[in-house]
Design a protein around this ligand. Structure first.
Ligand code: S3P
Length: 435
C-alpha cells in the first residue's frame, strides 16, 4: 500500500466527469441477466464492485460482452435461467451484489448457490435479507447472520406483504426480485423511501410494479425484456466533487448526466439549506426510467443545518462527505438516527469521526450520529486511514484539497471499489493549480 498525499488546492474549474452509477450498474447486469435475450448497457460504471457483479453473472452462465468504454451486452437467460457455478460466488466487497443476488438465487427453479466475499462483507448483516425471504418460503442459510450465505433454489415462493424493519434499498430489492416468481403479488412497505432503481428497471423491462405512498407492489411475471440501459452518472461519486467545489473559493464546475433518482438527491437538499450555489439543468428521463440532470456548482459559504432521521436514506452514502462540509460550515450540526452507517464498508460513524478528528475537525461521536462544531476555514490536515473503505478514502482526499497542510491517505487503493478515475481526476485538478 503506497500512501497518497493530497495537497491543498486552488479552485476547481470546468467540466468534470464521474463514473456510471454503481447501484444502476449492478442492476443492469443482474436484471439484464434475467431478461429474455440481449440487453445493451451504456455508461456502465467500471469499478471493483461492479466487476464482481460482471464475474458473478458470468459464473451463473450468462454471456456478457464487454465492448469497453462502459458498453456491455448482457445476453439475458430469462428469469429462471441461471445455472449454479461449482464453488462459491465471490462478491468481494459488494454489498449490493450480495443482497440482490440472494433474492435472485432464491427464486431460481433449481440448484444450490453459495455467496461469499471479503473480510468486510463477512462482517455485514444478512439476516435482514434472509428473514423476509424465508417468510416467502425460500431456503436461505447465513453464517451466524452473516456471509457466507447458501441459497437452495427450486422451492416455491409465496407472495407476501413485508413491512421493512430497516430502511434499505438492498433489502427491498432482494425481496422484490424474489417476488418475480412468487405465486402472487409481493408488497414491501417502507417507512422512509429508499432508492428505487430496481422498481424503475423492472418496470422498464415490462414487470408490473406500483408504488403508492409507502407501498411497493410487484406482480409476478414470466418474462422481462429490455433493449437498452443508459446508466446515469453516479451522484454518490459526484457528491465528493460537489462538496469540493462548494468549499474551495472561486470554484465553478459542471457535471453532466448525473442520476437524480428518488432517494439519491438528499445531499443537494441539505447543501441548499446550508447556502450552496448549485444549478440543476436539462432534467430528463432515460429509456430505463432513470431521472438525470446536469449540475453547475459554484463556491459558497455554508451555514450549518442539522440532518434528521427521515433524510438519512436519501443521502446515506453522502453522509461522510457532508460531515466534512459541516466541519467547515458556520455553526453546529447534529446528525441523528444514522445508525445504518455502522453497517457499511466500514463502521462509518466511527471511521468518519476518526478521519475528520485526526485532521482537525471538531466532531464528536454519538450513538446514532455526530455532533459537529463547524469552523469556516480550511482544516489543518494530517493522515487518514480509510480502513479499506472507498468513501472514507475520497473524504480524506477532498479534505486534503481544502486543508492547510494536505492530507495523506494511507490506503488509497480502496477508492477503486467505486470510482477508479477519482485519483487521476483529482491529480489533474491539483496540477492545474500549480502551473
Ligand atoms: C444501495 C443501497 C444502500 C447504499 C449502497 C447501495 C443499493 O445500501 O448504501 O451503497 O444499490 O441498493 P442499504 O440498502 O444497505 O441502505
Amino acid at each position: 500500500m503506497t500512501p497518497w498525499k493530497v495537497l491543498p488546492s486552488g479552485p476547481l474549474l470546468g467540466e468534470l466527469s464521474v463514473n456510471g452509477d454503481k447501484s444502476v450498474s449492478h442492476r443492469s447486469l443482474l436484471i439484464g441477466a434475467l431478461c429474455d435475450g440481449p440487453v445493451d448497457v451504456e455508461g456502465w460504471g467500471d469499478s471493483a464492485d461492479t466487476r464482481a457483479t460482471l464475474e458473478a453473472v458470468r459464473s451463473l452462465g450468462v454471456r456478457v460482452e464487454d465492448h469497453g468504454h462502459g458498453r456491455l451486452t448482457v445476453h439475458g437467460v430469462g428469469i429462471a435461467g441461471l445455472k449454479p457455478p461449482v464453488g462459491a460466488i465471490d462478491v468481494r466487497n459488494a454489498g449490493t451484489l450480495m443482497r440482490l443476488l440472494t433474492g435472485i438465487c432464491a427464486m431460481q427453479p433449481s440448484g444450490v448457490f453459495t455467496l461469499d466475499g471479503d473480510e468486510s462483507i463477512r462482517s455485514r448483516p444478512m439476516e435482514r435479507v434472509a428473514k423476509p425471504l424465508r417468510t416467502m418460503g425460500a431456503e436461505v442459510e447465513t453464517t451466524d447472520g452473516r456471509p457466507p450465505v447458501t441459497i437452495t433454489g427450486g422451492v416455491p415462493l409465496y407472495g407476501m406483504e413485508h413491512a421493512m424493519e430497516v430502511s434499505s434499498a438492498q433489502v427491498k430489492s432482494a425481496i422484490l426480485l424474489a417476488g418475480l416468481r412468487a405465486d402472487g403479488p409481493t408488497t414491501v412497505i417502507e417507512e422512509t423511501s429508499t432508492r428505487d432503481h430496481t422498481e424503475r428497471m423492472l418496470r422498464a423491462a415490462g414487470a408490473t410494479v406500483q408504488t403508492v405512498g409507502k407501498r411497493v407492489v410487484l406482480q409476478p411475471t414470466e418474462h422481462l425484456r429490455l433493449d437498452r440501459i443508459e446508466v446515469p452518472g453516479d451522484m454518490s461519486s459526484a457528491a465528493f466533487l460537489i462538496v469540493a467545489a462548494t468549499l474551495i473559493p472561486e470554484s465553478r464546475i459542471f457535471l453532466r448526466g448525473i442520476g437524480m433518482g428518488a432517494g439519491r438527491t438528499g445531499l443537494l437538499d441539505v447543501l441548499e439549506r446550508m447556502g450552496s450555489r448549485i444549478g440543476v439543468f436539462n432534467r430528463r428521463t432515460t429509456e430505463a426510467g432513470e431521472p438525470v440532470a446536469d449540475l453547475e456548482v459554484a463556491h459558497a459559504d455554508l451555514t450549518a443545518s442539522s440532518i434528521r432521521g427521515h433524510e438519512v436514506a436519501s443521502l446515506v452514502d453522502e453522509l461522510p462527505i457532508l460531515a466534512l462540509a459541516a466541519c467547515t460550515a458556520r455553526g453546529r450540526t447534529r446528525v441523528r438516527e444514522a445508525e445504518e452507517l455502522k453497517f457499511k464498508e466500514s463502521n462509518r460513524l466511527e471511521s468518519v469521526y476518526e478521519a475528520l478528528r485526526g485532521i482537525g475537525g471538531r466532531i464528536e461521536l454519538e450513538d446514532d450520529g455526530w455532533f459537529i462544531r463547524g469552523v469556516p476555514a480550511r482544516l489543518r490536515g494530517g493522515t487518514v486511514n480509510a480502513r479499506g473503505d472507498h468513501r472514507i478514502a475520497m473524504l480524506g482526499a477532498i479534505a486534503g484539497l481544502y486543508s492547510e497542510e494536505g492530507v495523506t491517505i494511507t490506503d488509497p487503493e480502496a477508492i477503486d471499489v467505486s470510482f477508479p478515475g477519482f485519483r487521476p481526476l483529482i491529480e489533474a485538478v491539483t496540477a492545474e493549480r500549480r502551473r
